[in-house]
Design a protein around this ligand. Structure first.
Ligand SMILES: Nc1ncnc2c1ncn2[C@@H]1O[C@H](COP(=O)(O)OP(=O)(O)O)[C@@H](O)[C@H]1O
Ligand SMILES: Nc1ccn([C@@H]2O[C@H](COP(=O)(O)O)[C@@H](O)[C@H]2O)c(=O)n1
Length: 202
């Protein structure tokens, strides 16, 4: 199994890049795991309390479960990937049965902060987009798709997101084998990653 990690700050375009990469690749040979599915279960907190959680700190992620799942997939077993609700700030009761594939892509802001997960990756990619562009994209996306308003996004950006990005996410660029500039849509980089994957699938 070829494990590809795709990291980068919020709004840099990780999900979009992954979707473009897997387009035209055989569905039964490539799988995706998203770090967002592994936010810790916060059912013990009220909704109000959950809105105040720092979701940009590595401790917000259940890395033990993520590691366990990657290990299981590598051994050929299927996993039950949790399904996350950004509206509820919590895991839902649903899970997504995820089968092992020849190529597994793991994407998320903090995936390169964890040494054990880095070890399990064959290729580490960091998607770079300037912070002003990321904030603009995040504002639009969170208001349209994640049930937020402008105040919520800007407060979170100033209070936790920006400092956590500087402390934890940006430094992981150093671990990347490949940095994809994504201020504009980068079809060349996507084609390169697709070529690498196609070689593995031959
Ligand atoms: N290269 C790009 N140019 C313009 N908009 C983009 C680009 N890549 C992604 N977007 C948009 O930015 C928003 C955030 O992208 P997304 O892929 O969800 O980022 P991430 O997964 O890194 O948080 C989405 O609305 C997406 O359509
Ligand atoms: N309940 C939550 C959980 C996470 N976030 C934010 O999501 C960002 C990571 O996801 P991307 O798709 O943008 O990479 C992260 O910056 C968290 O602040 C949230 O807003 N609410």
């Amino acid at each position: 199994m070829l494990v590809i990690g795709i990291a980068g700050g919020t709004g840099c375009g990780k999900t979009t890049v992954v979707n473009h990469i897997i387009q035209e690749l055989p569905e039964d040979q490539v799988g995706v795991i998203t770090q967002d599915s592994y936010y810790k279960d916060l059912s013990h907190l009220s909704f109000e309390e959950r809105t105040k959680v720092n979701f940009d700190h590595p401790r917000a992620i259940d890395f033990d479960l993520l590691c366990e799942h990657i290990e299981a997939l590598k051994k050929g077993g299927a996993i039950e990937q949790p399904v996350y609700s950004f509206v509820q700030h919590n895991r839902t009761k649903d899970t997504l049965r995820t089968q092992p594939r020849k190529v597994m892509i793991i994407e998320g802001i903090l995936i390169l902060t964890n040494p054990k997960i880095r070890e399990m990756m064959d290729i580490k990619i960091f998607v770079h987009t300037d912070s002003d562009e990321r904030l603009i994209r995040r504002l639009r996306r969170d208001i349209i798709d994640r049930g937020r308003d402008i105040e919520e996004v800007l407060n979170r950006y100033q209070n936790t997101l920006k400092p956590m990005h500087e402390q934890f996410i940006e430094p992981t660029k150093e671990y990347a084998d490949l940095i994809i500039p994504n201020n504009k849509r980068n079809t060349v980089a996507i084609d390169i990653v697709r070529t690498i994957i196609n070689e593995k699938l031959l």
